[in-house]
Design a protein around this ligand. Structure first.
Ligand code: DAH
Length: 348
C-alpha cells in the first residue's frame, strides 16, 4: 500500500501548491478523474485475495477521502482569493478629482432657460409649472378663445383621445395655459414666469412639432402698459447684453390680451448678416399685452379690481439669436458634433 500513500503525499503537496482554480481542477482530474491515479489504483482491488482486498480497499478509500477533502478546502481558499482579487480591480477611488475635460455639454435650450430664469428671478418673478397634456379649457376656452373661434385654427393642435368625462385633451400649444392654472390656484398679486415644451403639428425650417416657450404674467391692482414696456425693455437689454438696445411695440392680436402688441428689437441686416442693436431694421421677438378682462373673469379674478400684463416668446428663437444658431431643426437632431460646437460648459 506504499503506492496509495505515495499518491496521497504527492497529491496533497500539489494541492497545497495550486494557486488558481484551474490548476486545482487539473489535479483533481489527474488523481480522482475517470483515469486518475486513485481510480486506477482502486481498479486493482479486484485482483486481490479477499482478506487483502478488504485492507487495501480501506486504505484506498481513506486516501481518496483525504485527497477529496484537501481539494475541497483548497477550493474554498482559492475562490475567496479570486473574489478578493476581482473586487480589488473593480474598486473606484472616489477620492480622485473629476477629470477636467468633461465630455458632456449643456444644450443651448437648457442654457437659454437658465439665463431667462436668472434675469426674471432678479426682477422678482416666481417660477410656475403646468402639465404638457392639457385640456381644451386651459389651452383655449379660459384664454378667451370661444369654441369655434378662428384663432384656434392657427395653432395646429395635436388632440388626444377624450378623457373619460368627455373632456377634450390635447398637447398644449402654448405656455399661456400656465397663466390660467396660476390664476386659478393662487391669489393676486401674481408675478410669475413659466417655461416648457409646447407642441404644434408643423415642420419646416422655422417650425418643429415640439418647441419651447417662456411665458410671463403680472397681476396687480395698478399694473399698466408702462410696466409691461419697462419690464420687457429691461429684459431684452439684459438678455442680449446690449444696454442701449432699441425696442418698439407694434399693435397685434391675441384673444387673451387687450390691447395686444408684438415687441421688436433694433437690428441691421446689412450684407445679409443679422446684427442686433445696430442699424434701422426691426426683428420681432415676442408677443405681449394687457390681460383680457374675460381671462381674469374665467379664473375667478375681479377685473374691476385687478389687471395685469402677459408676454410669451419662443425659447429656441431667442437662443438662436443670442448664440448664432442658424437652423431650428438642429436643436433636436441629437448630433454630438453640433452639441460640442453650440453646447455650454457645465461650469459656465
Ligand atoms: N401664446 C402666444 C403664442 O403662442 C404667445 C403670447 C402672446 C403669450 C402674448 C402671451 C401674450 O402671454 O401676452 O403665440
Amino acid at each position: 500500500m506504499q503506492e496509495a500513500q505515495k499518491i496521497q503525499t504527492e497529491a496533497l503537496a500539489q494541492i497545497e501548491a495550486a494557486n488558481d482554480l484551474s490548476a486545482l481542477e487539473n489535479i483533481r482530474v489527474a488523481v480522482l478523474g475517470k483515469k486518475g491515479a486513485i481510480t486506477e489504483g482502486m481498479k486493482t482491488l479486484g485482483s486481490l485475495a479477499p482478506d487483502q482486498r478488504k485492507e487495501a480497499g480501506a486504505t484506498w478509500n481513506a486516501v481518496k477521502d483525504a485527497v477529496a477533502s484537501a481539494i475541497e478546502s483548497r477550493e474554498v481558499v482559492l475562490k475567496r482569493a479570486a473574489l478578493a482579487e476581482k473586487l480589488k480591480t473593480e474598486t473606484i477611488d472616489i477620492s480622485l478629482p473629476v477629470k477636467p475635460e468633461t465630455k458632456g455639454a449643456v444644450h443651448p435650450i437648457s442654457q437659454a432657460m437658465e439665463e431667462l430664469l436668472a434675469i426674471f428671478s432678479d426682477m422678482g418673478f416666481a417660477l410656475a409649472e403646468g402639465p404638457d397634456i392639457e385640456d381644451d379649457f386651459h389651452n383655449f376656452t379660459a384664454l378667451n378663445f370661444p369654441p369655434g373661434h378662428p384663432a384656434r385654427e392657427m395653432h395646429d393642435t395635436f388632440y388626444l383621445p377624450d378623457a373619460a368625462d368627455a373632456t377634450k385633451r390635447l398637447l398644449r400649444t402654448h405656455t399661456s395655459t400656465v397663466q390660467i392654472r396660476a390664476m386659478q390656484e393662487q391669489k393676486p398679486p401674481l408675478k410669475l414666469i413659466c417655461m416648457g415644451r409646447t407642441y404644434r403639428s408643423d415642420y419646416d425650417m422655422t417650425h418643429t412639432p415640439m418647441f419651447h416657450q417662456m411665458e410671463g404674467l403680472v397681476i396687480d391692482t395698478e399694473t399698466n402698459m408702462g410696466h409691461l414696456k419697462g419690464c420687457l425693455m429691461d429684459f431684452v437689454r439684459s438678455y442680449f447684453n446690449i444696454p442701449d438696445l432699441k425696442v418698439r411695440f407694434r399693435p397685434s392680436f391675441f384673444p387673451f390680451t387687450e390691447p395686444s402688441a408684438e415687441m421688436d428689437i433694433g437690428c441691421s441686416r446689412k450684407g445679409g448678416e443679422l446684427k442686433l442693436g445696430q442699424g434701422d431694421d426691426w426683428l420681432e421677438i415676442l408677443g405681449c399685452g394687457m390681460v383680457h378682462p374675460n381671462v381674469l373673469k374665467n379664473c375667478g379674478i375681479d377685473p374691476e379690481k385687478y389687471q395685469g400684463f402677459a408676454f410669451g416668446m419662443g425659447v429656441e428663437r431667442v437662443a438662436m439669436l443670442k448664440y448664432g444658431i442658424p437652423d431650428l431643426r438642429t436643436f433636436f437632431e441629437s448630433d454630438l458634433r453640433w452639441l460640442k460646437h453650440y453646447g455650454f460648459s457645465v461650469f459656465n
